[in-house]
Design a protein around this ligand. Structure first.
Ligand code: NDP
Length: 328
C-alpha cells in the first residue's frame, strides 16, 4: 500500500496537534471511490477544526478539509471511473470522515459530483463550500418567490468567503446589494464585486428591537446572533432571510414580531447534507452565473503548509474572500 502526504490532527493530553506527515492508504476510511486531490480550500469550519476552537472534528486522527477537487484514481462505483474530474463539498469530510488536506481521499461515490462544465479544479475550489452555500442562499430566496423588483438584498459578513460570493451572485442576478462589513476599508473591493451600498457591521450588532425601519426585502446572513435578529427586524413585509452562518454567534436573540407582524420568513440553509440534485443545480448555476474575473479577484492561493496560519486568520475574521489550497 502506498503512502501519501496529508495534514493530520491528533488529539493529545495538551489539546490537539496539527502537522503534515505521511499517511498510509491502508488507513483511509471506507468508500467506493479513491480520488487524487489536486485542490482544496479554506472555509470557516476548516479554521474551527484546525484551531480546535469548536468541536468540529469528531474522530482522531483526522485529516481536515471539507472540500476537494481532483481526479478519480480507482472506483467500484458505477457512476465514476478513473480519470473523471470530480468535486466534493461537505458530507462530514474533515469532521467524521478523513478529509481533503491530503493527496488522496477515499469516499462514497454518492458524495461526489462531476466537476461542473466551465470550471477548472482551481476555480471550483475558489468557489468551495462557501461559494456553493452562497448559491444555495440565493436559490432559497428565489424559491420563496423573491425577485430584485421587491427591493434591496443585504449580505452580512460581506468581505468573508460566503459573503463575497453572495454579493457577486446577487448583483449578477440584478439585486441592489447592501453589503454589511466590519471592514469599511474593503468598500472598493465590495463595490468591485457588485455591492451598491456598504453599511457598517456595527449598525446590526447591537441588541435588536422587535421591529425596526424596513430596509431590505431579502438577506443572506453569515453572522447569526444579534446581526441576524437585526436583519430580520429590518426586513420588509413579505421578505425573507437565508441564514447560513454563525461567525458572530450561534444564538438568535430576537422576537417573533417580524414573522407574525410582517410576514417575514427565515430560511435555513445547510450545505453539508444538501441532496445531490440540489448540489448539481447549485453548481451548474455557479458555473453559468459567477463572473470568473470577480472569482479570481476574491481568491488567494496557499500551499498545504500555509493552512494552519490561514485557519487562525479565518477564525479571527481577517481573511478576505476565498482561499484555495494547492495540494497535488
Ligand atoms: P469567513 O470568515 O470568510 O467570513 C465570515 C465573515 O463574518 C467575516 O469575514 C466578517 O465579515 C464577519 N464576521 C466575523 N466575525 C464576526 C463577528 N464577531 N461579528 C460580526 N461579523 C463577523 O467565513 P465563511 O464565509 O467561510 O463562513 C461564514 C459563516 O457561514 C461561518 O459561520 C460558517 O460556519 C458558515 N457556513 C455555513 C455553511 C452551511 O452549510 N450552513 C457553509 C459554509 C459556511 P466582515 O469583515 O465583512 O464584517
Amino acid at each position: 500500500m502506498s503512502a501519501f502526504k496529508a495534514m493530520v490532527i491528533d488529539k493529545t493530553d495538551a489539546g490537539q496537534n496539527v502537522g503534515i506527515r505521511e499517511f498510509n492508504e491502508a488507513d483511509l476510511m471506507d468508500g467506493d471511490v479513491t480520488v487524487r486531490v489536486s485542490h482544496s480550500t479554506l472555509n470557516y469550519k476548516d479554521g474551527l477544526a484546525l484551531t480546535g476552537k469548536a468541536p468540529v472534528v469528531r474522530r482522531f486522527p483526522m485529516i481536515p478539509g471539507v472540500d476537494l477537487a481532483g481526479t478519480v484514481e480507482a472506483s467500484s462505483n458505477p457512476d465514476f471511473k478513473p480519470g473523471d474530474a470530480v468535486v466534493l463539498n461537505g458530507w462530514g469530510l474533515g469532521e467524521t470522515h478523513l478529509g481533503a488536506y491530503a493527496e488522496k481521499v477515499r469516499v462514497k461515490g454518492d458524495w461526489l459530483i462531476p466537476l461542473p462544465e466551465g470550471l477548472s479544479p482551481q476555480q471550483a475550489m475558489a468557489v468551495g463550500t462557501a461559494g456553493y452555500t452562497a448559491m444555495l442562499c440565493l436559490m432559497a430566496l428565489e424559491r420563496h418567490g423573491l425577485r430584485p423588483e421587491r427591493g434591496p438584498a443585504v449580505v452580512t459578513g460581506a468581505v468573508g468567503g460566503v459573503g463575497s460570493v453572495a454579493v457577486a451572485l446577487l448583483a449578477k442576478a440584478g439585486w441592489h446589494v447592501i453589503a454589511s462589513t466590519g471592514r469599511p476599508e474593503e468598500a472598493d473591493y465590495l463595490k468591485s464585486l457588485g455591492a451598491s451600498e456598504i453599511i457598517e457591521r456595527s449598525e446590526l450588532t447591537g441588541p435588536a428591537k422587535p421591529l425596526a425601519k424596513e430596509r431590505w426585502a431579502a438577506g443572506v446572513d453569515t453572522v447569526g446572533s444579534t446581526t441576524l435578529a437585526n436583519v430580520l427586524a429590518m426586513t420588509r413585509y413579505g421578505g425573507a432571510v437565508a441564514a447560513c452562518g454563525l461567525a458572530g454567534g450561534m444564538d438568535l436573540p430576537g422576537t417573533v414580531a417580524p414573522f407574525i407582524l410582517r410576514n417575514v420568513s427565515l430560511l435555513g440553509v445547510d450545505s453539508v447534507m444538501a441532496p445531490k440534485a440540489l448540489r448539481i443545480e447549485a453548481w451548474s448555476r455557479i458555473a453559468r452565473e459567477l463572473d470568473h474575473e470577480k472569482l479570481a479577484a476574491m481568491t488567494s492561493t496557499i500551499p498545504l503548509d500555509g493552512v494552519m496560519e490561514a485557519g487562525q486568520e479565518i477564525v479571527a475574521g481577517r481573511i478576505r474572500g476565498r482561499v484555495v489550497v494547492e495540494i497535488g
